[in-house]
Design a binder for this molecule. Structure first.
Ligand code: AP5
Length: 268
């Protein structure tokens, strides 16, 4: 007898409790989804051949969107300088102008995007560089309901790139990029370029030339770009890729990049 009453009460309460829990769950799910949509990270890929201007324009995007630039080339060079296992594995490929393995670069990026400064998004510079990297990136982002918002493709004919690459000097600590002719540092003042005359505008420290910035290595880098990297554009498709003619003066190029990064990135 008491069992039946208890059972009846239990069943009635159970139904009510079930409905309450279901309501609460769906409300909580909606709230969580709304929060997630609101907090969706801005994920921008800066794409283009060696010397296209990715490193030149990235700092302005960083400043505009207040998200960091993740340049796999810079990260790999730092690993080479530090003599880490990753650096040792990457060095030979980099010096030859070939690509480092997908597993190494995806591993570096997977760790980096978890850091707190990437909480609002990040700019990928030089990554993904193969369709396999793009698919691994997509899977990684999908895990948190995210995806690449926009791919900005800087287009420059190969013939223009040798002069850009061979005249480039960089500030190692910040990655700031200069050019003896197209973007000289204030310190150059018409003198011949050297470590004494090429100084970073902000820190005053000497600039350096990259070991792979030679006409010979550029041949391999361009060949890797056309064979392995350009297919990434098809992977992302016309909806995500914005083409920018980067064979113009820097302010004109920036105007287009500025427009391409001025949109509601939350609506991906
Ligand atoms: P990475 O460091 O990424 O080099 P990259 O892609 O070859 O690109 P660059 O840094 O050379 O070009 P940029 O577009 O940044 O040019 P910048 O703005 O400086 O990669 C290096 C190596 O690391 C690779 O070869 C590979 O081995 C490895 N690696 C990296 N990522 C990898 C990945 N995901 N997978 C596998 N391997 C990977 O401009 C160049 C010069 O031109 C500057 O002097 C600048 O002042 C000048 N300039 C720029 N814009 C203009 C303009 N509009 N007019 C005139 N001059 C201009």
């Amino acid at each position: 007898m008491s069992l039946r009453v208890v059972t009846g009460v239990t069943v009635g309460a159970g139904v009510a409790l079930g409905a309450y829990v279901a309501f609460n769950n769906s409300a909580a799910a909606r709230k969580a989804e709304k929060k997630k949509r609101k907090e969706k990270r801005k994920i921008v890929v800066l794409f283009g051949p060696p010397g296209a201007g990715k490193g030149t324009h990235a700092p302005a995007i960083v400043q505009k969107l207040a998200i960091p630039q993740l340049a796999t080339g810079d990260m790999l060079r730092a690993a080479v300088s530090a003599g880490t296992a990753v650096g040792m594995a990457a060095k030979a490929a980099m010096d030859a102008g070939a690509l480092v393995t997908d597993e190494i670069v995806v591993g570096i990026i997977a760790d980096r995007v978890k850091e707190t400064d990437c909480g609002k998004g990040f700019i990928l510079d030089g990554f993904p560089r193969t369709v396999k990297q793009a698919k691994m990136l997509d899977d990684m982002l999908l895990h948190d309901g995210e995806s690449v918002a926009r791919v900005i493709e800087l287009q420059v004919p190969d013939a223009v790139l040798t002069e850009r690459i061979c005249g480039r000097w960089v500030h190692k600590a910040s990655g700031r990029s200069y050019h003896v002719k197209f973007n000289p540092p204030k310190s150059l003042q018409g003198s011949p370029p050297s470590v004494d005359t090429m100084k970073d505008d902000e820190s005053g420290e000497s600039l350096m030339q990259r070991s792979d910035d030679t006409a010979e290595a550029l041949v391999s880098r361009l060949s890797a770009y056309h064979a392995q990297t350009v297919p990434v554009l098809t992977h992302y498709g016309a909806k995500k890729v914005v083409q920018v003619d980067a064979n113009r003066d820097m302010p004109a190029v920036w105007t287009d990049i500025d427009a391409a990064t001025t949109f509601d990135l939350m609506r991906q």
